[in-house]
Design a protein around this ligand. Sequence first.
Ligand SMILES: [Zn+2]
Length: 135
Amino acid sequence: MLPQEAFKMNYSWTCPYCNQIATITDSNVSTGTHVFDKNNKSGRLGLQTQVVVCPNSKCREYVLRASLHETYSYGGGVGLTEQALTSWSLKPHSSAKPISEYVPAPIRQDYDEACLIVSLSFKASAPFPVGAYRE
Ligand SMILES: [Zn+2]
Protein backbone atom coordinates (compact mmCIF):
# COMPACT_ATOMS: atom_id res chain seq x y z
CA MET A 1 0.00 0.00 0.00
CA LEU A 2 1.31 3.47 -0.88
CA PRO A 3 1.61 5.82 2.13
CA GLN A 4 -0.96 8.32 0.80
CA GLU A 5 -3.53 5.54 0.29
CA ALA A 6 -3.35 4.82 3.99
CA PHE A 7 -5.09 8.12 4.70
CA LYS A 8 -8.14 7.38 2.54
CA MET A 9 -11.29 5.96 4.13
CA ASN A 10 -13.11 2.71 3.30
CA TYR A 11 -10.18 0.80 1.89
CA SER A 12 -9.29 -2.84 2.12
CA TRP A 13 -6.51 -3.48 4.62
CA THR A 14 -4.60 -6.50 5.82
CA CYS A 15 -3.75 -6.47 9.51
CA PRO A 16 0.00 -7.08 9.95
CA TYR A 17 -0.68 -8.79 13.29
CA CYS A 18 -3.50 -11.28 12.57
CA ASN A 19 -3.29 -11.18 8.72
CA GLN A 20 -7.06 -10.77 8.46
CA ILE A 21 -8.37 -8.64 5.58
CA ALA A 22 -10.70 -5.89 6.81
CA THR A 23 -12.47 -2.84 5.40
CA ILE A 24 -11.18 0.22 7.20
CA THR A 25 -13.70 3.00 7.88
CA ASP A 26 -13.84 6.15 10.07
CA SER A 27 -14.58 4.02 13.12
CA ASN A 28 -11.20 2.24 12.89
CA VAL A 29 -9.01 5.24 12.12
CA SER A 30 -7.73 8.27 14.00
CA THR A 31 -5.55 10.93 12.35
CA GLY A 32 -3.76 14.02 13.60
CA THR A 33 -1.81 16.85 11.97
CA HIS A 34 1.04 18.84 13.48
CA VAL A 35 2.05 21.90 11.43
CA PHE A 36 5.34 23.55 12.40
CA ASP A 37 7.79 26.14 11.13
CA LYS A 38 9.92 27.68 13.91
CA ASN A 39 12.25 29.00 11.21
CA ASN A 40 13.33 25.52 10.10
CA LYS A 41 15.34 25.39 6.85
CA SER A 42 12.60 23.62 4.85
CA GLY A 43 9.82 26.08 5.67
CA ARG A 44 6.43 25.25 7.13
CA LEU A 45 5.89 21.48 7.20
CA GLY A 46 3.11 19.21 8.37
CA LEU A 47 3.52 15.95 10.23
CA GLN A 48 0.52 13.68 9.82
CA THR A 49 -0.04 10.73 12.11
CA GLN A 50 -2.51 7.92 11.64
CA VAL A 51 -3.71 5.11 13.89
CA VAL A 52 -5.55 2.13 12.40
CA VAL A 53 -7.14 -0.31 14.83
CA CYS A 54 -7.74 -3.86 13.63
CA PRO A 55 -11.53 -4.50 13.64
CA ASN A 56 -11.00 -8.20 14.40
CA SER A 57 -12.42 -8.54 17.94
CA LYS A 58 -9.82 -11.18 18.79
CA CYS A 59 -6.93 -8.93 17.69
CA ARG A 60 -7.67 -5.16 18.16
CA GLU A 61 -3.98 -4.41 17.53
CA TYR A 62 -3.15 -0.88 16.38
CA VAL A 63 -0.85 0.25 13.59
CA LEU A 64 0.86 3.66 13.79
CA ARG A 65 2.14 5.59 10.78
CA ALA A 66 3.50 9.09 10.28
CA SER A 67 4.34 11.13 7.20
CA LEU A 68 5.95 14.52 6.59
CA HIS A 69 4.43 16.88 4.01
CA GLU A 70 5.01 20.32 2.53
CA THR A 71 2.15 22.73 3.25
CA TYR A 72 0.10 25.28 1.32
CA SER A 73 -2.24 28.07 2.38
CA TYR A 74 -5.89 28.28 1.34
CA GLY A 75 -8.60 30.61 2.62
CA GLY A 76 -6.81 31.30 5.90
CA GLY A 77 -6.15 27.60 6.50
CA VAL A 78 -3.20 25.30 5.97
CA GLY A 79 -3.28 22.18 3.81
CA LEU A 80 -0.78 19.36 3.41
CA THR A 81 0.44 18.31 -0.03
CA GLU A 82 -0.71 14.80 -0.91
CA GLN A 83 2.77 13.51 -1.75
CA ALA A 84 4.73 12.83 1.45
CA LEU A 85 8.37 13.94 1.67
CA THR A 86 9.00 10.86 3.75
CA SER A 87 6.91 8.45 5.79
CA TRP A 88 7.45 6.04 8.62
CA SER A 89 5.82 2.92 9.93
CA LEU A 90 6.05 3.38 13.71
CA LYS A 91 4.20 0.24 14.84
CA PRO A 92 4.97 -2.32 13.68
CA HIS A 93 8.39 -0.68 13.40
CA SER A 94 9.23 -2.13 9.97
CA SER A 95 7.96 -4.59 7.39
CA ALA A 96 8.60 -7.37 9.90
CA LYS A 97 5.67 -9.70 10.48
CA PRO A 98 5.22 -9.98 14.24
CA ILE A 99 6.54 -13.35 15.41
CA SER A 100 4.74 -15.55 17.90
CA GLU A 101 5.52 -15.02 21.59
CA TYR A 102 6.72 -18.64 21.69
CA VAL A 103 9.83 -17.71 19.70
CA PRO A 104 12.64 -16.76 22.13
CA ALA A 105 13.05 -12.97 22.48
CA PRO A 106 16.66 -12.74 21.14
CA ILE A 107 15.61 -14.46 17.88
CA ARG A 108 12.59 -12.17 17.53
CA GLN A 109 14.86 -9.11 18.04
CA ASP A 110 17.35 -10.33 15.41
CA TYR A 111 14.51 -10.78 12.95
CA ASP A 112 13.11 -7.30 13.65
CA GLU A 113 16.56 -5.72 13.23
CA ALA A 114 17.14 -7.52 9.93
CA CYS A 115 13.80 -6.29 8.60
CA LEU A 116 14.53 -2.76 9.80
CA ILE A 117 17.87 -2.72 7.95
CA VAL A 118 16.11 -3.83 4.75
CA SER A 119 13.54 -1.08 5.27
CA LEU A 120 16.21 1.61 5.86
CA SER A 121 18.23 0.53 2.80
CA PHE A 122 15.07 0.84 0.73
CA LYS A 123 14.48 4.37 2.02
CA ALA A 124 18.08 5.37 1.24
CA SER A 125 17.41 4.64 -2.44
CA ALA A 126 14.10 6.53 -2.52
CA PRO A 127 13.77 9.15 -5.31
CA PHE A 128 13.11 12.10 -2.98
CA PRO A 129 15.96 13.71 -0.97
CA VAL A 130 15.35 11.92 2.33
CA GLY A 131 18.82 12.93 3.55
CA ALA A 132 17.85 16.57 3.64
CA TYR A 133 15.44 15.85 6.51
CA ARG A 134 17.63 13.61 8.62
CA GLU A 135 19.21 16.21 10.94
ZN1 LIG B 1 -5.55 -7.84 13.53
